[in-house]
Ligand binder design. Structure first.
Ligand SMILES: [Zn+2]
Length: 296
């Protein structure tokens, strides 16, 4: 029934499993771990340091990946993509971590490997190499966000994304997440992105809207996440109804089920309450999600 193309493994641990892993590691779960409205992207991203500290081993990654697939069934999500950055799970090689995730997924979801803004492009190159030999990996992503101290710009990741395209891998990029729409243009034109994560600034540049329409790009909207990072005052303020009216292919996603305390049915309920979203519009959003899934 639902599709969820944008769900981060390290932000989507079951609360009981998080408590379990923390107990085993001998650390308390921080009281302020969950996202809260308006906290900002930097504070939101900082929460992953804790979840990642509990997910260093292949066994923990396998467990969470398997749980996510079971949760999706309970949520009636029939098209799921799980994404994560294996290089951040430091208890084993990225290859071993990817294999653990694929083992946990067991064919029930697509896996997307995330490079991170600010990382040397060689890291993304390595992820493309890992993906090539593993059919369960369906695409690559650029996640996190640009920061002033970074040595690398988006364009520096273009060769790795182009190589991914040559090998038939899907490409998505976290872009225009409260940053100018020019970022969306670079992602599409230089990184050959077929999907854009967030893209909340899209309407600020009609030429970029035209580009998205012309290329048939799918926007992965994550409205609750956008409220948490302070981009929107409420889910009702999300522009996806206007995007749909313009013909943009947009789907609804959870981003992080643990940290945003949301699941696919709840995210869709919130979107259904947005002015301009009726049952037909909701059905179109869901259809765009299924159609936008990466396939190899
Ligand atoms: Zn994301």
């Amino acid at each position: 029934m639902y599709a969820d193309l944008h769900r981060h493994l390290d932000g989507s641990i079951r609360p009981a499993v998080l408590a379990d892993l923390a107990r085993a590691a001998g650390v308390p779960v921080p009281a302020d771990l969950a996202f809260s409205p308006g906290m900002g992207l930097a504070a939101a991203l900082s929460r992953f340091a804790f979840t990642l500290s509990l997910l260093t081993t292949p066994a923990s990654v396998r467990r969470v990946a398997a749980d996510m697939c079971a949760d999706a069934v309970a949520e009636r999500v029939t098209t799921l993509e799980i994404r994560f950055a294996p290089q951040l799970h430091v208890g084993a090689s990225p290859a071993a971590i990817v294999d653990a995730a694929l083992d946990g997924i067991d064919g029930r979801a697509g896996l997307v490997l995330c490079g991170l803004y600010g990382e040397p492009p060689a890291v993304l190159d390595h992820l493309v190499d890992l993906a090539r030999s593993r059919p369960g990996v369906v695409g690559i992503d650029l996640a996190g966000g640009p920061a002033p101290g970074h040595d690398w710009s988006m364009d520096d990741y273009a060769p790795a994304f182009r190589r991914a395209a040559d090998h038939g891998l899907g490409r998505t990029v976290h872009a225009g997440e409260g940053r100018p729409p020019a970022e969306i243009r670079v992602a599409i034109e230089h990184l050959l992105a077929q999907r854009i994560g967030h893209g909340t600034s899209l309407l600020e540049d009609p030429a970029v809207v035209d580009l998205v329409l012309e290329r048939g790009v799918t926007i992965e909207a994550c409205p609750t996440s956008n409220v948490h990072t302070g981009l929107l005052p409420s889910v009702a303020a999300h522009p996806l109804a206007r995007w749909l009216a313009l013909g943009v292919r947009v789907c609804v996603n959870t981003d992080n089920t643990l940290l945003s305390a949301v699941d696919a049915p709840e995210e869709h309920r919130r979107v259904r309450a947005i002015p301009g979203i009726d049952d037909d519009a909701l059905a179109r959003l869901i259809a765009f999600g299924h159609a936008g899934a990466f396939r190899r």
